[in-house]
Design a protein around this ligand. Sequence first.
Ligand code: CA
Length: 509
Amino acid sequence: MKMPTKFTALCCAALLSAAALLPATATSHPAPYRDSITVEKIDFNHPDFIRGMDVSSVISLEQSGVVYRNEAGEAQDLFKILADNGVNYIRVRVWLDPYDADGNGYGGGNNDLDKAKQIGKRAADNGMKLLVDFHYSDFWADPAKQKAPKAWANFTLAQKEKALYDYTLNSLNEIKSAGAAVGMVQIGNETTAGIAGEFNNTNRAKLFKAGAAAVRAFDKDVLVALHFTNPEKTATMKWIADYLHQNSVDYDVFATSYYPCWHGSLENLAEVLNYAADKYGKYAMVAETSYPNTLEDTDGHGNTISYWNNNTGDNLLWDFTVQGQADEVRAVMNAVNNVHNGKGIGMFYWEGAWVSVGDISGKSGSAYTAQWTANSKLWEQFGSGWASSYSVEYDPDDAGKYYGGSAVDNQVFFDANGKALPSLHVFRDVANGTVTHDVLSGDVNGDGRVTISDVTEVQRLLADYIVLSPEQSLAADVNRDGSVTVDDATAVQQYLAEYGNPYHVNTLS
Ligand code: CA
């Protein structure tokens, strides 16, 4: 957030807390206020360089009452908002059976095949391809967990190979039939230590091969990705690339997670990706990354990065701000784009829309308890938190104990009310390197001044005589409540009465 010169003596926190103390009926003054994100251009090796996002939890969130809004505050389909801001690829996780015997969801979006079909269709309707991320588990698969699905628990390796092949091919056919544009498929998620309950290297290679064969049978033009993590352990990652080669595993994309708080530097990331590209000719990709735009929690469930947790480290190059979040995205894209020989194909931001189902900000005592209780009911009923209590039967030691809400609501591109943050522009602006939405609040007609003409413009909008551009809408939303109403016109009038007419933009600098 850029502050005008006359306010720079105050720190941002002071301004924010002062604003929070205003009574609800107070009318904000229109100027001076600027809100811009600066993004340095990247010359992409490929025009279709993947600027992707995982939004697997979206349906559970919508079922919980979440409404997404564009930056002008208008309610819109999340997938349209993402596409309008330059996101060109959607990633979705798939679990086989994330439900207990009574049909209660384990949470984490309750991401079964049906949800993947819906998400893939909505992505395609907005011009975006789909990366299908098969976990081959009934719940979270990661470096510490690679539990076989309930239905495969007693299978031999040969039975698992056949089941994995059949499940992959059948699921992809269903997702395609639902209208999705499948462009890439992950055989497993963060499979550094195992996959589907198999931890022996030879067995793992056989399951990777079975999955790859299913993707080839589905569509020979679809990319097969293998996904690992902890790129800070460069020797381990290189060893994985070697053993995949030694076991003749057929795949196209060597992918890793890259979370800056845990996964070392951009240099170790580049070293790992270049190794797979240089030595084995593989495409390279970051399958997951994310970064906080604040350390605040807004849903009452602690976040993975907070004031008390993981908020320091040698590798944290960016501020915990909206600008810092955009900078991290740009830096990771740039690292992948610089992989040797044009082998870097893109990155996916992980769960960039996993917002709060109910905002606890500023609440305390009984009000906080009431909001947290309401949120908890939604997490349990719709699976919109990272895990529900029902996960205890499948994951008793972790999810079954520590279930709750979103642990990443400070790493999304939306505020606690579902409204898009300026950092979302990075996906679009990184291709052009522009500074966007450099908006003088109240300057609706864009002439650089706040005058009575701007009041007239708002009144014309309210009378349905005109439609505002996104930039005009931002400027017109003077009280920053997400919509343009008569209150905004009144705020400009009050401002002009108090400070004179016109208020010229040049006085800001
Ligand atoms: Ca949270």
